[in-house]
Design a protein around this ligand. Structure first.
Ligand SMILES: C[S@@+](CC[C@H](N)C(=O)[O-])C[C@H]1O[C@@H](n2cnc3c(N)ncnc32)[C@H](O)[C@@H]1O
Length: 283
């Protein structure tokens, strides 16, 4: 499968062109899959629940200084600041997302304990050893140089620092042509060059110096969220096509509907997986 490049400007353009779709399909704060359970039964509750699980996974407490890379509209960092009392910094290459994250922090009453800035996770704008923990939720997939991102995370973490990367990953080495084509549709629809293979990502983490590397497949938690997006795509994509034909919406908007359709089959058929890496630096 051919890897395709999306540079920083293209990724920012993609999010700006699809800002409305991301608000409607996802939310004004969280741009990631939700974790459904007995108490989290709606899309919004499930997205908040995934923040809860991620914060617990990262073992955040009030003494921590945390960095969230590719922070989007700041749903996770504002949750961590509000519920765990930590100081949280978020960086994103999209200035619109950074201003939305600041507004969300003000709305949640955590403007004092959060700081959001425009920054690229290939060149993290903080000195060595600044953070106790670094998170990256559904964002490192946008990078064509994922080892570089891991090296930067290692650099800004203090000794003993923790990492959590939740993302799409490849789990199989061989895909049939139709499977590869379906995956490419989803990757292109989300401005993602490629998902890393789980074993390559694990090796890269270890090579960079992380220890205690774990991976958890989120299939059970996210499949209802994925299916919900698929159902939404069936209802909304025809309307987006009409709006695009009338010049009211862009082709990127239509692509979002199409991508939401295919992402479900990708996950349901195990063509790719959604999961979570955790790791630590030695003391
Ligand atoms: C799918 S959104 C996820 C946002 C957020 N992590 C969340 O869970 O709501 C991916 C985000 O990664 C950001 N991003 C992509 N490439 C980046 C880079 N090189 N450096 C920093 N942020 C990046 C995008 O602008 C976007 O806000």
């Amino acid at each position: 499968m051919q890897t395709q490049r999306f540079d920083a400007d293209e990724i920012v353009d993609f999010y700006n062109e699809t800002a409305w779709e991301y608000r409607v399909f996802w939310s004004t704060a969280n741009l990631h899959y939700g974790f459904y359970d007995d108490e989290s039964t709606t899309h919004r509750e499930a997205m908040v629940n995934s923040n809860r699980v991620y914060a617990d996974t990262l073992e955040v407490d009030e003494a921590d200084t945390v960095l969230d890379i590719g922070t989007g509209r700041g749903g996770f960092p504002t949750h961590v600041a509000a519920e765990h009392g930590a100081d949280v910094h978020g960086i994103d290459i999209d200035p619109l997302h950074v201003s939305e994250a600041r507004a969300n922090a003000r709305e949640r009453g955590v403007a004092q304990s959060t700081e959001f800035s425009v920054g690229d996770y290939h060149d993290i704008p903080y000195p060595d050893g600044t953070f106790d923990a670094v998170s990256g939720i559904e964002t490192v997939c946008h990078s064509e140089h994922k080892e570089r991102v891991l090296e930067e995370i290692r650099r800004v973490l203090a000794p003993g620092g923790r990492l959590m990367i939740s993302d799409g990953f490849r789990s199989r080495t061989a895909l049939t042509d139709p499977e590869a084509e379906k995956l490419r549709t989803v990757l292109d629809g989300w401005a993602v060059p490629d998902f890393a293979h789980i074993s390559e990502f694990r090796e890269a983490l270890e090579e960079v110096g992380f220890t205690d590397v774990t991976f958890e497949d989120h299939y059970e938690q996210i499949i209802p969220s994925s299916r919900r997006q698929w159902l939404l795509s069936l209802a909304v994509t025809p309307l987006l096509r009409i709006a695009a034909a009338l010049g009211l919406k862009s082709e990127s908007s239509v692509d979002q509907g199409v991508t939401l359709y295919h992402q479900y089959e990708i996950i349901e058929r195990g063509i790719a997986v959604h999961g979570n890496f955790t790791a630590e630096l030695p003391e």
